[in-house]
Design a protein around this ligand. Structure first.
Ligand SMILES: [Zn+2]
Length: 323
């Protein structure tokens, strides 16, 4: 079969034919909207570098959640900013903490909204590391005990899915067994399995105050140069009891998304992180690219690579554009 007997353009000749043969389709069902909830009242603080994104207190968060629900979104990923930080991240597992109270408030009003909660300590300690930091070290085994408490507190508040993003070793197994010990068998575990030490977290990090005060994240996150290691992380998390695998960032990791999907056949969530949003927003604001077109193209590429779910601050826009 060679030119001209096989002509690629034959299948592209009409919109209906192209529609019939399109390999990847995006849907509002694939999308998860990440939101940050903070303490206080009537807070709606713009996030630098992320036009259209805000830190919300519970009341204003509910307004945003209602809008998300109206455009068809049924899943949120919640991050929290506490009123106080300490060495052991105690506010992270406070039953009256910001995330726990937000989960209750949303579930009261919209019980069918799937709530995913970020489980980490970086926003809850003074040092900003994803693990408890003492004597110039991120303490792995101390951290996973704290994370288990955080996950239980979120599940008890009503979270459907807990999503540890810390990248400590053994935390998935520890959280699964802690949840099961409390009878929380149905709580879904969606760890950031392949979390890269990425520069693309910057706008979120600045907004939430999770930039490590000393040291860096390279002792627990994956070096952006290491694809094989990222796949091993995913396989390990599945062995430990993960139900859904999360990979972040998304766009710089399309190869990892593809390989992890092929090697595991597990549901896969790709988190298009804050800096990915900023990058697209900035070029769109300058008029250099067509925002709707490139945002849709990127989300389609992430899905085409192998993601089942896409977590993105563009979720509301995408839901509207997809109609
Ligand atoms: Zn963290």
């Amino acid at each position: 079969m060679y030119y001209p007997s096989y002509r690629m353009r034959r299948l592209r000749q009409s919109p209906s034919l192209r529609r019939l043969l399109r390999e990847t389709s995006l849907s509002v069902d694939d999308l998860v909207l990440p939101l940050i909830v903070t303490h206080g009242e009537n807070v709606r603080e713009p996030i630098a570098g992320m036009p259209g994104c805000f830190l919300y207190s519970i009341g204003t968060l509910l307004d945003e959640v209602r809008q998300a629900y109206e455009v068809g979104l049924r899943a949120l990923l919640l991050y929290g900013v506490p009123s106080h930080r300490d060495i052991g991240a105690s506010a992270a597992y406070d039953a009256e903490g910001t995330v726990q109270m937000a989960v209750k408030a949303i579930k009261d009003e919209l019980p069918d909204m799937v709530l995913i909660t970020d489980v980490c300590v970086c926003a809850y300690t003074d040092q900003g590391h994803c693990g408890v930091y003492q004597d110039d070290e991120v303490l792995n085994d101390v951290t996973i005990e704290v994370l288990a408490k955080v996950a239980i507190s979120h599940a008890e508040a009503g979270a459907d899915i807990v999503a540890p993003s810390d990248m400590m070793d053994g935390r998935v197994a520890a959280i699964r067994s802690a949840l099961d010990d409390e009878g929380l068998f149905d709580t879904v575990l969606m760890p950031v399995a392949s979390g890269f030490a990425s520069g693309f977290y910057e706008p979120f990090t600045a907004a939430v105050g999770t930039r490590p005060v000393v040291g860096d994240q390279l002792t627990y996150m994956v070096d952006p140069a290491n694809g094989e290691e990222a796949v091993r992380e995913a396989l390990l998390d599945i062995e430990e009891g993960a139900d859904i695998i999360m990979i972040q960032p998304a766009l710089p990791c399309l190869d990892v998304i593809r390989t992890v999907k092929q090697d595991t056949r597990f549901p896969l969530a790709a988190h298009s992180v804050s800096g990915e949003y900023s990058m697209l927003k900035a070029v769109a604001e300058r008029g250099w690219l067509d925002e709707q077109r490139v945002v849709t193209e990127v989300a389609t590429a992430v899905k085409r690579a192998g993601a089942d779910l896409i977590i993105t601050s563009y979720a509301k826009d995408l839901a509207r554009w997809l109609g």
